[in-house]
Design a protein around this ligand. Structure first.
Ligand SMILES: NC(=O)c1ccc[n+]([C@@H]2O[C@H](COP(=O)([O-])OP(=O)(O)OC[C@H]3O[C@@H](n4cnc5c(N)ncnc54)[C@H](OP(=O)(O)O)[C@@H]3O)[C@@H](O)[C@H]2O)c1
Length: 259
């Protein structure tokens, strides 16, 4: 399917690895010019090369911390006009809610709520003026189905979700949409790191933790980041202009509700 994205310009935050990278790859395959981002310059360069080679797209790597004002400024300066913004960032490390310091909580809200909102502020008026804009926030299945130790991640992302629900209605008439994708368990470095931490605490192996997690997923497997990227590209497409302020779980059936 032609997604109507040839020549569109996209910023994909936190995209040198994992889900962000998969979104960048899918948008590049659909014909977008992509700005990719990560803090580690070597990983970022390797990803830029891989995406450019696989798709022929123009890829602009911006090595920066998206959680800082300078990082956001560098990302927004990379393209003259932004058609698609994919908000992503690292998530807060797992921690018992009793152990969270004030500074931990402020940092979690900064990284998973304020950072995406500031990037939206940076791109949205141009999108409205040009009558095309697609904003996709990578949040988490934990917004709907909390996971122990990830309360800060769930709370900050739920705050973002509520915030953009109001914003989405204010720009929908200009063909600007804002949606979120809520990943369940996808096999990325973050999941491996969380599994390694849990394994240490439980006196077992990361493979055993991942196998136990997989048993809780009706699909019987972990998610492939490519599946996630392709949903992102569809939500960015010309055809998805009537879909806004929605939260798409992609979790192999893990969330147990009908709605
Ligand atoms: N994978 C899952 O199963 C899952 C489930 C639910 C929610 N999520 C959420 O989805 C998001 C992506 O997760 P993932 O699994 O793709 O993680 P990942 O494999 O660890 O990749 C994270 C990417 O973000 C970059 N990054 C992290 N912090 C950054 C920062 N401050 N500034 C710029 N780039 C940054 C990393 O590069 P550098 O480290 O070099 O900066 C890397 O490219 C996270 O918020 C995560 O909590 C993931």
């Amino acid at each position: 399917m032609d997604l109507g994205l040839k020549g569109k310009r996209a910023i994909i935050c936190a995209s040198s690895k994992g889900l962000g990278r998969a979104c960048a790859m899918a948008l590049a395959e659909a014909g977008c010019e992509v700005v990719i981002n990560g803090r580690d310059a070597a990983t970022l360069e390797a990803t830029a090369k891989a995406i450019a080679e696989a798709t022929g797209a123009h890829v602009i790597p911006i090595a920066a911390d998206v959680g800082t004002p300078e990082g956001r400024k560098a990302l927004l300066a990379a393209l003259p006009e932004v058609d698609i913004l994919v908000n992503n960032n690292g998530g807060p490390p797992p921690k018992d809610f009793r152990q969270l310091s004030h500074a931990d909580m402020v940092a979690g809200v900064e990284s998973n709520m304020i950072t995406p909102i500031e990037l939206i502020q940076g791109v949205i008026d141009g999108m409205v003026a040009r009558k095309f804009g697609r904003i996709i926030n990578i949040t988490s299945g934990s917004v709907k189905m909390p996971l122990p130790q990830l309360d800060l991640s769930s709370g900050a992302r739920a705050g973002l979700t509520a915030f953009v629900a109001g914003v989405a209605r204010q720009v929908a008439g200009s063909n600007v949409t804002i949606n979120s994708i809520l990943p369940g368990a996808f096999l990325t470095d973050r999941l491996r790191t969380i599994a390694a931490g849990a394994a240490k605490a439980q006196g077992t192996t990361a493979d055993a933790v991942l196998a136990a997690r997989t048993k809780t997923i009706p699909a019987g497997r972990l998610g492939d980041p490519q599946e996630f990227g392709q949903l992102c590209a569809y939500l960015a497409s010309a055809q998805a202009g009537y879909i806004t302020s929605q939260n798409f779980l992609i979790d192999g059936g893990t969330f147990p509700g009908a709605f």
